[in-house]
Ligand binder design. Structure first.
Ligand code: ADP
Length: 456
């Protein structure tokens, strides 16, 4: 069921309960009022007749009958009886009362109670003791309140019809209001339907308002902003990654094709195969980094964190860098450390090891002496790793850009690389709540600093 119909129905139920209850109260009061009025009429009929009979000596049963038959205030299908103090019926006019059998015991009980009243669907009866000193007479009056009941029924009919028409109107008005209130939401749905994955640049114009729907639209627009950026980054990443993969693959196939052009010496084959192997290693490293990148790009909550001893990781990274190229030299300095906990952080071992390898490999790769100096510092509150070299250095204009995916500084164009390592370092640092920056000048070596806050 649509929200607007549901709202209209809820509105209808609520309104019908309130209006229905009001109508019931009004009807009950009208019914009570009718009864009171008829009661008063029956009483005054009985009192007047009894007074004529008992107080006026000239009036006897015969004369009273004549007077009463002509009385304009007689009730419809009236029955009127008067009993004296000895329970003898001294006057009766009109219909049989029907509702009660008048016995001496009943008359005594009426004298005691003052009055009794009986009401059925078509007849009402009032019996009361006539208050005359020393007289203990009882008047019994019964009749039909045709006019009063007819009026009441008419009133009930009018109320019922008004109620039903009211319900229809309330439902229609409720639906119109609900539709009007929800129309911005419908417009938002239409806006969002026009946005597809291939065109994420569209935004909902409703985001310019200030109401709740506008807040939803603003959130959607923000989401689209992020999605658009993520889509663009992904597209970029795939294009750059395939370009980086193609370069060594083209080199490998080119070398093999040249090799197969004619018969070669054993030495030529060995040289060519070594070169191909080197390209394969580079390809392998690239695909490993791409894999790690994909892993690091995922949500931080999907990555497992555990206490990691940074010094152990550093020695492992050092071994790996030296294994890759025997020319590499890596000095490790562990400074200002009082206990093992100072150099332990909550982190992901594989990602942190890759961070260290990337920084140390770069330091060796971009310096002629292939020498990296790594300093590990830690205390209760923070842990930092500095990777320094005496290499070619980095132009300050590139300090931010080198952390972008696939960016390579022009000054190092002659050295092999893919421009992934530092973006991976940045992402891994951020995943661990840390920060990374570089201090360097062209030709003056570089110093990369990664720092993590502890107690996360
Ligand atoms: P790659 O080294 O494969 O090119 P990185 O993302 O690791 O990719 O580095 C990006 C760029 O940053 C490098 O191309 C290089 O220009 C510069 N760079 C990184 N580390 C150093 C360093 N230690 N000394 C000089 N330049 C560096």
């Amino acid at each position: 069921m649509r929200i607007r119909t549901r709202l209209a129905l809820q509105f209808l139920v609520l309104a019908s309960l309130i209006v229905g209850a009001a109508f019931v109260v009004v009807y009950a009061r009208a019914a009570e009022f009718r009864q009171e009025q008829f009661h008063d009429r029956m009483r005054s009929r009985g009192e007047n007749t009894a007074s004529l009979l008992l107080d006026v000596a000239e009036v006897d049963d015969h004369l009273l009958r004549k007077i009463e038959q002509k009385s304009p205030v007689r009730l419809v299908k009236e029955g009127l009886s008067i009993y004296d103090a000895n329970n003898a019926l001294i006057f009766h006019l009109g219909e049989d009362h029907g509702l009660l059998e008048i016995t001496p015991a009943l008359l005594d009980s009426i004298r005691k109670q003052g009055e009794i009243e009986r009401i059925t669907n078509d007849r009402e009866l009032l019996a009361f003791s006539v208050n005359k000193p020393n007289e203990r007479s009882v008047a019994v009056v019964s009749g039909q309140d045709l006019y009063g009941r007819g009026k009441l029924q008419d009133q009930a009919r009018v109320m019922l019809v008004t109620f039903l028409i009211g319900l229809v109107l309330i439902f229609l008005i409720g639906r119109t209001f609900a539709r009007r209130a929800l129309s911005p939401l419908q417009r938002l749905v239409m806006d969002l339907r026009t946005i597809s994955a291939s065109d994420l640049s569209r935004r909902s114009a409703l985001g310019k308002g200030t109401d709740e729907i506008a807040q939803v639209a603003v959130s959607f627009n923000d989401l689209l902003e992020r999605l658009e950026a993520a889509f663009a980054a992904q597209k970029n990443f795939i294009a750059n990654a395939s370009h980086e993969m193609r370069t060594p693959l083209t080199a490998i196939s080119g070398q093999l094709e040249v090799l197969l052009l004619k018969e070669r010496t054993g030495e030529d084959y060995r040289n060519a195969l070594n070169s191909v192997l080197e390209d394969m290693h580079s390809l392998n490293r690239l695909s490993n980094r791409l894999l790690l990148m994909a892993q690091a790009e995922t949500d931080a909550t999907a990555i497992t964190f555990a206490p990691v001893r940074m010094d152990e990781l550093l020695w492992a990274a050092r071994s790996e860098v030296i294994r890759t190229d025997a020319q590499n030299r890596v000095d490790v300095i562990i400074a200002e450390v009082e206990e093992a906990a100072d150099i332990t952080i909550q982190g992901n071992e594989i990602l942190l090891r890759s961070l260290l390898v990337n920084l140390i490999e770069n330091a060796c790769k971009y310096s002629n002496d292939h020498h990296a100096i790594v300093t590990l510092k830690g205390n209760r509150n923070q842990l930092s790793i500095e990777v320094a070299d005496h290499g070619s250095g980095i132009d300050p204009a590139d300090h931010e850009r080198i952390f972008q995916q696939f960016y390579r500084a022009p000054s190092t164009a002659g050295t092999k690389g893919h421009g992934i390592g530092l973006s991976l370092v940045k992402r891994i640092t951020e995943l661990h709540g840390g920060r990374v920056y570089v201090e360097s000048e062209l030709g003056a070596g570089a110093r990369f600093v990664v720092s993590f806050r502890k107690g996360r």
